[in-house]
Ligand binder design. Structure first.
Ligand SMILES: NC(=O)c1ccc[n+]([C@@H]2O[C@H](COP(=O)([O-])OP(=O)(O)OC[C@H]3O[C@@H](n4cnc5c(N)ncnc54)[C@H](O)[C@@H]3O)[C@@H](O)[C@H]2O)c1
Length: 334
């Protein structure tokens, strides 16, 4: 029998990490997760804990002796642990930089030390203000000043990419960088400002669906199952090493349209209301600058691994509504 590949997923109890755990277990991997549960939740992986090929460590990536041991005992590290979400980053600016820069540096250094393959989760925020036309991996970046905290995340992740590419070049570290574009689906939390779960939860409660700004801004959404398929497939491709890939869906929808579709599909009595960014983000509003639409150019990943997003916006909304409805029913039955 072939030996199983051993995956280490940092941030594996988070939204994307928990789906990646499932994807890799389905593909026959052994999976180890390290997560400090700062934004992740144990219930995201509760169904995996009985699987003999799954292990969970509630700990931080800052714990270098533990990370060294976990890296030594793995074949591929998927580095997803990060301080994430507009609201969280605005409210915890120092911790966000420490996690996203110092934490990532530790993971890259250890991956190099033990000669392990690494997948680095980056973000479309990298592109900054470049909006409304599809962004290619080689495009210029346009970001705001350092006095505006909102740009910290973009620059922290850019520094991670620089470091990973430097290790790839100088030390031959086999690394693949994935720039994720607005990933959505079951287990994503609304409380950090993510729009889709926030709207769905309001609709299910028949509370007002609150749109920030006038709602004419548009967004693309990528279903988490498409994202983890892409991450897993790229991680097994030798040709992908040393490369950056956009992972996203290139169909855009306005926030007003999104709110209407969610209201219709849930049969909700919610009103759709609009509030200013100043009201939504309070004292941090000065730091907040809304973007036009960021659209990924996915030519490169299509060519590399025949990636094709399988879930359109209606399917994404339906699956996510079903997830929240099921969750509510199971809480009612406790
Ligand atoms: N969700 C998206 O749309 C999106 C878009 C672009 C990039 N990303 C990237 O994907 C990755 C996963 O994001 P997500 O959306 O699943 O968010 P998430 O908050 O659900 O996942 C991040 C996980 O990292 C964990 N974590 C944070 N600090 C840690 C530490 N010091 N040690 C151990 N664990 C720690 C959190 O508890 C959480 O479980 C992140 O790197 C994020 O930057 C996500």
């Amino acid at each position: 029998m072939a030996t199983k590949l051993r995956a280490l997923i940092t941030g594996g109890a988070g939204f994307i990490g928990s789906h990646l755990s499932e994807e890799l277990l389905d593909r026959g991997f052994k999976v180890t997760v390290i997560d400090d549960l700062s934004t992740g939740r144990k219930e995201n992986i509760a169904h995996l804990l009985k699987n003999i090929h799954f292990k969970f460590y509630k700990n931080t990536i800052m714990n270098e002796p533990l990370m060294a041991r976990l890296l030594r005992n793995s074949d591929i590290v998927y580095h997803l642990a990060a301080a994430v979400g507009v609201k969280y980053i605005l409210e915890n600016p120092i911790q966000a930089i420490i996690t996203n820069v110092t934490g990532t540096e530790k993971v890259i250094r250890l991956a190099d030390k033990y000669h392990k393959k690494m997948i680095l989760a980056s973000t479309s925020e990298i592109y900054g203000k470049t909006v409304d036309s599809a962004s290619r991996e080689s495009d210029d970046r346009l970001v705001g000043p350092t006095s505006v905290n909102r740009w910290s995340y973009s620059n922290n992740k850019a520094l991670d990419e620089f470091l990973a590419l430097a290790y790839a070049k100088e030390r031959k570290l086999p690394v693949v960088i994935v720039r994720l574009f607005n990933c959505v689906g079951p287990r994503q939390l609304g409380r950090y400002g993510m729009v889709l779960p926030r709207f769905i939860q309001s609709a299910l409660d028949n509370r007002p669906i609150t749109v920030y700004g006038d709602g004419s801004q548009s967004r693309t959404f990528t279903y988490v199952k498409d994202v983890v398929w892409a991450i897993a497939t790229l991680s097994l491709s030798r040709k992908a090493e040393g490369h950056i890939f956009n992972v996203g869906n290139d169909h855009a929808i306005t926030i007003n349209d999104l709110a209407r579709r969610i209201k219709n599909k849930t049969g909700s009595h919610s009103k759709i209301v609009h509030i200013s960014y100043a009201k939504a983000f309070g004292k941090n509003a000065a730091d907040f600058e809304d973007m036009g639409c960021r659209i990924p150019d996915i030519t490169k990943i299509k060519k590399a691994i025949k990636y094709h997003p399988c879930y359109n916006i209606d399917k994404i909304i339906e699956n996510t509504i079903n997830h929240f409805s099921d969750q509510r029913k199971s809480h009612e039955n406790i």
